[in-house]
Design a protein around this ligand. Structure first.
Ligand SMILES: [Zn+2]
Length: 123
């Protein structure tokens, strides 16, 4: 299928995302969101549908809020023309609010499956 030239300016379509199809309950990692989903499979690297984890309903709000902010910081970090130094200071500091919240969420997801956290290390 050809990619539409305006695909990155269109609303996200979850049906278009490739999800994890691993047969086993693989370990997870928490990181930059793909199609609004920050929970990935450690084996194939693809997003794991939240209902397959399953993400506890009590975590949905805080996980989605963390995901939006974390992913925005990663976008700024990758922008080499203005925001990258500020975003790097947040992402590289393991004690920053975004990393501490990510570690807290990782811990809570680990009740479902082993879960790791994508920490952006200083170079
Ligand atoms: Zn997988």
């Amino acid at each position: 299928m050809d990619e539409h030239p305006y695909m990155f300016l269109h609303p996200c379509n979850p049906e278009a995302a490739a999800f994890c199809n691993c047969l086993d309950l693989t370990p997870l990692w928490l990181g930059r969101e793909v199609w609004h989903n920050p929970v990935h499979c450690l084996v194939c690297g693809k997003p794991v549908p939240p209902e397959d984890v399953p993400v506890p309903e009590s975590l949905i709000g805080s996980l989605s809020q963390w995901s939006r902010i974390y992913s925005a910081l990663v976008e700024m970090y990758l922008d080499i023309d203005g925001y990258e130094l500020w975003a790097a200071s947040e992402l590289h500091d393991i004690h920053s609010r975004i990393n501490q919240e990510g570690l807290r969420l990782r811990e809570m997801l680990s009740d479902q499956r082993p879960c790791f956290f994508w920490y952006v290390r200083p170079r």
